[in-house]
Design a binder for this molecule. Structure first.
Ligand code: G4P
Length: 529
């Protein structure tokens, strides 16, 4: 087994949240506590998520920013922490789902007033598919929010997982006094401070000592004692194995904007989070400790400058050691490529690297050879599984407005869908292009990019579909029957798989009932269903 030390020290994770819960703020604060940046405000808050209508310059800018901040790596406490950034805007959720295939664990941020929101549920569904370990950070405790026990119940109910608080809030909003660290038996007293890390930690030998009343006041002290008794009665004690298997999520409380509760979060994360894990391939399970290099592309970014159509493919290394200027096999194309300028991302700086290890994410300059899900290996032929497409939520037909530019349009839409900007379905029979996305904004991005990067002009016509389901069956007769019966609702995806486009959930259920021989899959990765 090679490179054990390099593998063991890496911690690759993502921060996920419903927009506005505080993901950007927490990311920045982790970088601040990790020593990767010196002052708050260094990570751009991508304001685009707050603009109701799209501003294309902002979109372009955001794309630029997110290339730079796609991976933020820093060293902390002997570990190399790799934070994979996910877009703030909900219309780019699909990008986030794919990024989750490249992480080994996640930190989920919840706003204490809003609790579990729609995007939180969707993101957690994706985590559950892979049993990704989750730590929950309940943010904005300096504001009035829901009662902590109510929040924990809501997390368990809506996210279908068990929780275990590791810190506990003392009051909230104007009466927020701090958090009690259940394991270390220490109180971290709250001070609102947005720019500096200031900490006042009090150790308590016994929660029943009158010292507690002196520090936080009699009433809050009595409440805290009561709460802690309840916690011990209701929740099992924390077991790291349960966390690693994705069954139990430890919960922390704090206020990211005030630098509060971050240290506990970061220190515990370093202690309990998993080192790089292996991945399933179509040949076998590949362990990070396998000697030979392999990895997969989970994200592709177009160059900001439309005159240069090169892109950056983000590769997660799964096994072995990646070396600069070494030929590797691109399995889908059955070709060898070498990379003279592989890039790593340390906080906000990009730099060319000579080597990288499992858990690392590197940027590879690409002139159009990569698609999301591509596998690179040292020679062995296998493909990584599990970069699924999920059903889009909005479907529109792409219409060409300039017949003289149909080639450009064709090329452009293929390349943009390779990048994962949207999914394209070709209606069967016929050749209509149905583009599916999770948000309206992407259609504007696509039209804008087709025009500016490919010189093609198009129009999107809304189609009344609600869900795409990938269909499979062993029964060819039934398939034929189904395809005939559902003309108008059948399409093929980029890999030539049949997809059923349903107008409503009811019609989908009817189809499932009427054709029990056919399986309807929620994602393109059938094995994960
Ligand atoms: P996101 O990436 O999850 O979308 O959220 P982001 O960090 O941008 O935070 C959303 C808003 O919530 C921001 O305010 C941010 O300052 C605020 N916020 C984050 N953490 C806390 C916290 O612990 N307490 C309180 N009270 N607010 C918090 P904004 O006004 O929208 O933007 P800004 O002008 O402050 O940047």
């Amino acid at each position: 087994m090679k490179y054990t030390e390099s593998i063991e020290k890496r911690r690759t994770f993502g921060i996920i949240a419903h927009p506005d819960a505080g993901k950007t703020t927490l990311t920045e604060k982790l970088l601040l506590f990790g020593g990767a940046i010196q002052t708050a405000g260094a990570v751009k808050n991508n304001k685009i998520k707050k603009t109701a209508t799209s501003d294309f310059m902002e979109i372009e800018k955001q794309r630029g920013i997110s290339v730079a901040t796609s991976v933020m790596a820093f060293e902390y406490s002997g570990k190399q922490v790799n934070i994979l950034d996910t877009p703030g805007h909900k219309d780019f959720a699909e990008d986030t789902y794919r990024t989750l295939t490249a992480v080994d664990s996640v930190i989920l941020v919840i706003d204490c007033a809003n609790g579990v929101e729609t995007q939180t549920e969707k993101l957690m569904e994706v985590c559950r598919m892979r049993n990704t370990p989750v730590i929950i950070f309940v943010n904005k405790m300096d504001r009035d929010g829901k009662d902590a026990f109510t929040l924990l119940d809501e997390l368990e109910d809506k996210l279908d997982l068990k929780v275990r608080p590791l810190t506990w809030p003392i009051g909230m909003g104007d009466y927020f006094k701090g958090v009690y660290n259940i394991y270390d038996q220490k109180i971290n007293l709250f001070q609102a401070n947005k720019t500096k890390i200031s900490k006042e930690i009090v150790s308590l030998s016994d929660i029943n000592s009158p010292e507690l009343d002196e520090i936080i006041g009699e009433k809050p002290a009595a409440e805290l004692r009561e709460d802690l008794e309840m916690i011990e009665g209701v929740y099992d004690s924390f077991d790291r194995e349960d966390y690693l298997s994705g069954e139990v999520a430890p919960v922390f409380f704090g206020s990211a904007v005030n630098n509060f509760g971050i240290q506990e979060l970061l220190d515990t994360f370093i202690r309990i989070s998993p080192s790089p894990r292996g991945r399933e391939s179509d040949a076998r399970f590949i362990n990070p400790s396998d000697d030979k290099f392999s990895g997969f592309v989970f994200k592709i970014h177009a160059n900001l400058d439309p005159k240069h159509r090169d892109r950056i493919a983000f590769l997660r290394i799964v096994s072995g050691r990646f070396e600069r200027n070494t030929f590797y096999s691109h399995i889908r194309l059955n070709k060898k490529f070498k990379f003279p300028n592989p890039t790593s991302f340390m906080a906000q700086d990009k730099s060319v690297i000579d080597e990288a290890f499992p858990g690392d994410v590197i940027g590879l300059y690409d002139t159009g050879n990569f698609k999301i899900g591509d596998t690179l290996t040292e020679g062995e032929r296998f493909m990584y599984k599990g970069i699924p497409s999920f059903s889009p939520e909005i479907f529109q037909e792409l219409e060409n407005l300039d017949p003289l530019k149909s080639k450009q349009l064709e090329k452009g839409i293929r390349q943009l869908t390779d990048e994962g900007v949207a999914q394209m379905f070709i209606q069967q029979p016929g050749n209509r292009k149905i583009v599916g996305t999770v948000g309206q904004l992407q259609f504007e991005v696509i039209a804008h990019r087709l025009e500016h990067e490919y010189g093609a002009s198009c129009r999107f016509v809304p189609r009344n579909y609600h869900k795409a389901c990938w269909i499979t069956t062993d029964n060819d007769d039934k398939l034929k029957q189904f395809l005939n019966a559902k003309t108008g609702n059948i399409a093929k995806d980029k890999d030539d798989n049949y997809v059923f486009l349903a107008e409503t959930t009811f019609l989908l259920q009817m189809a499932e009932q009427d054709y029990p021989e056919i399986t309807f899959h929620k994602t393109s990765d059938f094995k994960l269903d």
